[in-house]
Design a protein around this ligand. Structure first.
Ligand code: PHE
Length: 337
């Protein structure tokens, strides 16, 4: 019996098998229990002999069972540990890291260049009053030029600013007409345009304003030329074309020579070799006056440029919507390490 049981223990490969061997040999209905139960029927001489034998067999089987159980348990543990092994020499999984948006880079680059020329950086509200967005810029109510910029009105007197030019009026108002102003103002602006490859209902502008005694058109040209060469490269040229804005007189639009591509197939400069990147001019005397400056004593220039256009020109981006649809395949190209 003992040999049979031990052989089975030896062969057992799972803890379940061991348990059933334990039950069948050592359990309440097993053969050894039966022997011990039948002790009463034995003679007093037989009892100690048989008892000792039965206990010994039980002990031997029990010991073997315990030993095998420990073996199997250890085996199971080893197997589990092996399966869960961590190879510390494997390279780690990369953590996805974001980065500043291309437009953020562009605006910061523009800021740096103008800070280098002595301009301070200011901000203004995106929800603007009709007064600052239009009236203080020589665009009275019912002025037809208001149609140049279709607006999102919040109430009759409040709207999403259509340009950053209201910050001109706000800044001059703060300086109370007795100080020179040299500032730029980057920010978001809104127009009721239908979105397409070159239009967006929300886009970015950087306003510039320089007011002092004896500021001239040549100062505007010099500053913009300096900006264009530093930003796009020494070989770039600028050209000023006459234009119209109610808040500047005279008004200009500035083109920059297009080096992205040439000829008729060029979508960026449409084969002309030039692309417009900003509007500007000499601050209108009425605008100076409304802000508390004496136009006989002070003069100034102002401009407003579009960083999206500038980014499209610099990096050959062919659709303004790429800036806002947050396609990481586009955005990641411009993440700096
Ligand atoms: N505010 C004008 C626009 O959005 C640009 C501009 C700014 C023109 C400053 C002249 C002076 O089109």
């Amino acid at each position: 019996l003992q040999q049979e049981a031990l052989a089975k223990v030896k062969e057992a490969t799972t803890l379940d098998e061991l348990q059933s061997i334990r039950v069948s040999y050592l359990g309440k209905k097993g053969p050894i229990t039966e022997v011990l139960r039948g002790m009463g029927k034995l003679s007093p001489e037989e009892r100690p002999v048989i008892g000792e034998l039965a206990n010994k067999v039980r002990e031997t089987i029990a010991n073997q069972l315990d030993e095998k159980k420990q073996q199997l348990e250890k085996l199971a543990l080893d197997k589990k540990l092996e399966a869960e092994t961590i190879d510390v020499t494997l390279p780690g999984r990369p953590v996805a890291v974001g980065g500043p948006h291309l437009l953020t880079h562009i605006v910061e680059e523009i800021e740096d260049l103008f800070i280098g020329m002595g301009f301070e950086v200011r901000e203004g509200p995106e929800v603007e009053t009709d007064y600052y967005n239009f009236e203080a810029l020589n665009l009275p109510k019912d002025h037809p030029a208001r149609d140049m910029q279709d607006s999102f009105y919040v109430t009759e007197e409040l709207l999403l600013r259509t340009h950053t030019s209201p910050v001109q009026a706000r800044t001059m108002g703060e300086y109370k007409g007795n100080k020179s102003v040299k500032m730029i103002c980057p920010g978001k602006v809104y127009r009721r345009d239908t979105d397409d490859a070159t239009h967006s209902h929300q886009f970015t502008q950087v306003e510039g304003l320089y007011v002092d005694k004896d500021v001239r058109m040549s100062d505007l040209k010099g500053v913009l030329n300096q900006f264009a060469k530093q930003f796009f490269g020494e070989e770039r040229e600028i050209r000023l074309r006459p234009s119209f804005f109610p808040f500047t007189e005279p008004s200009v639009e500035m083109d920059i020579s297009c080096k992205v591509c040439h000829g008729e197939g060029c979508s960026v400069c449409k084969g002309t070799g030039w692309i417009e990147i900003l509007g500007g001019g000499m601050v209108h005397p009425r605008v100076l006056e409304m802000a508390g400056y004496d136009p006989k004593e002070y003069s100034g220039f102002a401009f407003g440029m579009g960083p999206e256009r500038i980014a499209m020109l610099k990096y050959g981006v062919d659709d303004i919507r790429h800036f806002y649809t947050n396609d990481l395949r586009f955005l990641k190209q411009y993440h700096k390490a």
